[in-house]
Write a protein that binds this ligand. Structure first.
Ligand SMILES: C[C@@](CO)(OP(=O)(O)O)[C@H](O)COP(=O)(O)OP(=O)(O)OC[C@H]1O[C@@H](n2ccc(N)nc2=O)[C@H](O)[C@@H]1O
Ligand SMILES: Nc1ncnc2c1ncn2[C@@H]1O[C@H](COP(=O)(O)OP(=O)(O)O)[C@@H](O)[C@H]1O
Length: 276
């Protein structure tokens, strides 16, 4: 059985306050992007091992035991004593890029195991399991446009469709530490809360919608800001960094014929697609 975990972008990201536990409360909107990994499981017959993970595509740093698809398997295995499985993961979404690829793999693994082994878990229960694996992980269970607050884990659905809009996503060969990005931010509330901004026409987002991380990340890595500038030069209707970086996306009108033909550098990962 095979499934295709997709990426997400953040439409606006405001860090509103620092919490006593050192984490930050934020406000953001998650929107799914059809840039996909591939994830397959097959039952491993007569095996002493509970799972085997085969990886292809982009490299994922860290031990196999720390791979989020393995963590997702173990989480459900503790409860349901699952049969042993072969896991094949083809990695296409860049990691540590603000695209949520690891979280998506984890959420899709939960959905895949639920279906394959008829566990009959509801979306609500799957979201509870997903939340144990990462703050934004539960978003990928329903995978629909979502307003998130708290530490990025309290969700409410929003009515927003960017169906047909073209997206150009650029991930330069730059690593931004999420921890450092948070540490350099002075939390504050925006004049117009994101929940209101998102209701404005997309043409107005350029003036109203902010990713607070840009303020600390752009001065340190001017090359990331240059990508955003290039996307606007090419006619993006809205462009911004996603998450804590380093990916930047540009949204283009459905009828726009010339979507970002600029050169983003030899080592940059570039994806062009159409939003659903
Ligand atoms: C900011 C977002 C928005 O989508 O960025 P992306 O991961 O998508 O880039 C996420 O909430 C990122 O969450 P996540 O990627 O899970 O962060 P983690 O690895 O758990 O946290 C790394 C570090 O960031 C800080 N951190 C994280 C989340 C949060 N709400 N407040 C924080 O202060 C903490 O110092 C933590 O140790
Ligand atoms: N299946 C996976 N895919 C990607 N990263 C994973 C996976 N499992 C664990 N990780 C770890 O999670 C970290 C964050 O990855 P990811 O969720 O893709 O990025 P981001 O938090 O920027 O959206 C990576 O640095 C990687 O070490």
């Amino acid at each position: 059985m095979i499934t295709f975990p997709n990426a997400k972008i953040n439409l606006g990201l405001n860090i509103v306050e620092k919490r006593p536990d050192g984490y930050h409360n934020l406000e953001t909107v998650f929107y799914p992007v059809p840039l996909e990994d591939a994830l397959e499981i097959n039952v491993l017959n007569e095996s002493n091992e509970k799972f085997r993970l085969y990886q292809a595509g982009l490299e994922i740093e860290g031990e196999i035991e720390n791979n989020l698809v393995v963590k997702a398997y173990k989480l459900l295995d503790e409860k349901f004593n699952l049969p042993p499985v072969d896991i094949h993961l083809f990695k296409h979404i860049p990691s540590g890029a603000g695209l949520g690829g690891g979280s998506s793999d984890a959420a899709y693994m939960l959905k895949l195991l639920n279906e394959k082994f008829n566990l009959e878990l509801t979306d609500e229960t799957l979201e509870e399991y997903a939340a144990k694996l990462g703050a934004d992980c539960a978003f990928f269970i329903r995978n629909t446009p979502t307003y998130a607050e708290g530490i990025g884990n309290l969700f409410s659905p929003i009515s927003l469709s960017l169906k047909g809009y073209q997206i150009v996503l650029v991930k330069p060969d730059i690593f931004v530490s999420t921890r450092d990005a948070f540490a350099q931010i002075k939390p504050h509330r925006q004049n117009i809360p994101l929940k209101e901004v998102i209701k404005h026409p997309i043409e107005e987002w350029k003036e109203l919608m902010v990713n607070d991380f840009e303020e600390s990340v752009f001065p340190k890595f001017p090359a990331i800001k240059e990508i955003k500038d290039k996307l606007y030069q090419e006619g993006a209707i809205y462009a911004a960094m996603t998450g804590s970086g380093s990916s930047v996306f540009g949204l283009f009108k459905p009828e726009d014929k010339k979507t970002a033909e600029k050169d983003f550098g030899e080592k940059a990962f570039v994806y062009r697609g159409i939003l659903k």
